[in-house]
Design a protein around this ligand. Structure first.
Ligand SMILES: [Zn+2]
Length: 416
């Protein structure tokens, strides 16, 4: 780090670190006042405001007026980049059709595939930006974005390129996942084996060679891919050095959690129907459970994920939006936290850890972001509240004062 790089001091702030409360400080209480020193985009010191001002007398001081500061929020599961609109599906679902019925009649994911294949990279970027801006307005600094609406190689690469390009037009870190196993593309409707072989032999090597993805993702479901097919693709991805993750057990118990654990997956996501053996396997593997209360809410699902069992087994739980055009058109991590608390029974602290340090772990980035720690990126969210619990309590209250991405402050009004 260059010694002449200026130091910024974010002072007079109530610091919630992104770590579980070690000193018994409940999230309903304002954390103690402290300061953060930043240099070259990284946190270089944490401590009392006076001590840090003595240590860095030439620092540019930003007085945060006693506001709450948390790590910048991390959305570890989104389908942000896509084209098309599925507004008609809500009418059909409200009239009683199930998501599975809609998908079988050509709607659902396949409807988005048709629209996305017809879109250029610049169209994909333009249509994703309003969704990204909505997330940024709630304090986001890192986002995972999946492909999976192309399913042919050219469109999948275009989606991943569009996702990466968003980081050039907004102050945000983008992590990408190649969701080659989302559904079977129409041209392989009766040839699942052929498609799986193509993913393993052609698409995955091309995606890895191009450096387009940080992980491989799959959708394990009766309407998507069988456990054996996913095993085959996971093995191919891991041979190429790509970490894996899985949409697991959303509509039925497919043994998805245990499958993800067997492959050392970064995360297993959804988990509504995961059984006790699946929970035990996740705990043993250290795989993160990513809970997606938006999809549960929009689909009016009857079964909640096994939160009490996950908690008892010590499985880390993340919370994400699953932002997508059909089953979770949700672009707010604050709302996702509220739903996780009210509908899934997570505690305030579990919700907050789920969009900070545990979300970072779900992306394999826990050494880079997700907590307030020396050496980590200075990604912060500054809030017009004093107590962490207030971030989980409300809906639509817009408490963000400003975002700080890699040390650079950006007022809330310019991100909305
Ligand atoms: Zn998803």
């Amino acid at each position: 780090m260059p010694h002449d790089c200026p130091v910024r001091l974010y002072s007079n702030a109530r610091l919630w670190s992104g770590q579980p409360a070690s000193a018994g400080m409940p999230a309903t209480q304002p954390p103690p006042v402290g300061a953060i020193a930043e240099q070259a985009g990284r946190i270089v010191a944490l401590g009392g405001p006076e001590a840090l001002q003595r240590r860095f007398p030439d620092a540019e001081v930003h007085d945060l007026d006693g506001r709450l500061v948390t790590p910048g929020l991390i959305d570890c599961h989104t389908h942000l980049v896509h084209e098309g609109n599925r507004a008609d599906e809500i009418e059909r679902r409200l009239a009683g059709e199930s998501y599975q019925d809609i998908a079988r009649s050509g709607g659902g994911i396949r409807a988005t595939v048709t629209a996305t294949r017809a879109a250029s990279t610049s169209q994909l970027i333009a249509s994703a930006l309003p969704r990204l801006d909505a997330l940024l307005a709630d304090g986001l600094t890192t986002i995972e974005i999946k492909s999976g609406y192309g399913l042919d190689l050219a469109t999948e690469v275009r989606m991943l390129q569009a996702a990466r390009a968003l980081a050039a037009v907004r102050h945000v870190t983008v992590v990408t996942s190649y969701l080659g196993a989302h559904v079977l593309p129409q041209e392989h409707a009766n040839d699942a084996t052929g498609y799986v072989e193509r993913v393993c032999a052609d698409y995955l090597p091309a995606i890895v060679a191009g450096g387009w993805a940080d992980a491989f993702d799959a959708y394990g479901d009766a309407l998507a891919f069988s456990p054996a097919q996913i095993e085959r693709m996971f093995a191919a991805a891991r041979t190429l050095g790509l970490p894996v993750k899985l949409h697991a057990d959303q509509f039925s118990d497919q043994g998805g959690a245990a499958l993800a654990a067997r492959h050392g997956a970064l995360s297993a996501d959804h988990l509504e129907y995961t059984d006790a053996a699946g929970v035990t396997a996740l705990a043993a593997a250290g795989t993160v459970a990513v809970l997606l209360p938006g999809a549960f809410h929009f689909l009016r699902e009857p079964q909640r994920p096994p939160v009490a069992a996950l908690r008892a087994a010590g499985v880390p739980m993340a919370v994400a939006t699953d932002c997508n055009p059909g089953t979770s058109p949700l672009a707010s991590l604050l709302v996702a936290m509220n739903l996780a608390a009210i509908d899934f029974g997570l505690s305030v602290e579990e919700c907050l850890l789920g969009v900070t340090s545990v979300a970072a772990r779900a992306l394999g980035r826990q050494h880079d972001c997700g907590t307030l720690g020396v050496g980590l990126r200075c990604d912060l969210a500054v809030w017009n509240v004093a107590r962490p619990a207030e971030l989980v309590l409300g809906l639509g209250l817009k408490p963000l004062h400003c975002r700080i991405w890699q040390g650079r402050p950006e007022p809330a009004k310019s991100t909305g």
